[in-house]
Ligand binder design. Structure first.
Ligand code: IMP
Ligand code: MG
Length: 187
C-alpha cells in the first residue's frame, strides 16, 4: 500500500501492507469491552493485570472505559525475541506486587496466538488464590473457544502478523495508534 506521509513519519523506511483496525474502530470496541467488564463484576475487588509490553496501550484505554473501582498491575514474561514464532517457553521476568488473593483478576493481553503464553500464565496466577480469573485480549487469532478464561475479546484477528497499538515486530511499531499487517519486506 502507498502509505500516507503521516504514517511514513511514524515508521521510517519500513513497510506496512494494510491497516486492519483503525484508531476509531479500536476505540469503539474498547468502549464496548469496558461496558462488558463493568457489568460482569457488580461487586468485589477487581484487579487488571497487564501483560507487558504488548498490552500497555490497550490496558491504558480499557481501564478508562471501566466504570467501577479497580486496581492495575503488570506482569512480564519472556516471549518472542525478535522473530515471529512463539518459543513455547515462558519465563517470569516481573511479578505483580499487588496481592491476587480473593480478587477478581482480569489478565490483559494484546493478542492470543497459539495461546501457550496465556495457558502458562493462567496456571501460575490461579495458584495465587484469586476469587476469579479471566482474560481480556484485544485480538484473538484462534483460541477464544479453547481457553475458557478468555472472556473479553476485542476482535477475532486474521492469521497474519500484526503490528501497532502495542504490538511489535523486533520492538518497532508499538506506538502506532492503529493496527496494521506487517509487510514481508520487514523480515
Ligand atoms: P502465543 O503464546 O503464541 O499465544 O503468543 C502470544 C504473544 O505473541 C503475544 O502476547 C504477542 O506478544 C506475540 N504475538 C503473537 N502474534 C503476534 C502478531 O501478529 N504480532 C505481534 N505479536 C504477536
Ligand atoms: Mg511481542
Amino acid at each position: 500500500m502507498s502509505l500516507p506521509a503521516e504514517v511514513t513519519r511514524r515508521i521510517g523506511p519500513r513497510n506496512l501492507r494494510r491497516v486492519v483496525y483503525d484508531a476509531e474502530t479500536i476505540r469503539r470496541r474498547i468502549a464496548e469491552l469496558g461496558r462488558e467488564i463493568t457489568g460482569a463484576y457488580p461487586g468485589g475487588d477487581l484487579l487488571l493485570v497487564g501483560l507487558l509490553k504488548g498490552s500497555f496501550m490497550f490496558l491504558a484505554d480499557l481501564v478508562r472505559e471501566i466504570e467501577r473501582p479497580l486496581q492495575v498491575d503488570f506482569i512480564r514474561v519472556s516471549s518472542y525475541g525478535t522473530g515471529r514464532e512463539s518459543s513455547g517457553r515462558v519465563e517470569l521476568l516481573y511479578d505483580p506486587e499487588t496481592s491476587l488473593q480473593g480478587k477478581h483478576v482480569v489478565l490483559v493481553e494484546d493478542i492470543i496466538d497459539s495461546g501457550r503464553t496465556l495457558a502458562r500464565l493462567i496456571a501460575l496466577l490461579q495458584s495465587r488464590g484469586p476469587a476469579s480469573l479471566s482474560v481480556s485480549a484485544l485480538l484473538d487469532k484462534q483460541l477464544a473457544d479453547v481457553l475458557p478464561e478468555a472472556r473479553f475479546i476485542g476482535f477475532v484477528a486474521p492469521p497474519v502478523f500484526l503490528v501497532g497499538y502495542g504490538l511489535d515486530h523486533a520492538e518497532e511499531f508499538r506506538h502506532l495508534p492503529f493496527i496494521a499487517e506487517l509487510d514481508e519486506l520487514n523480515g
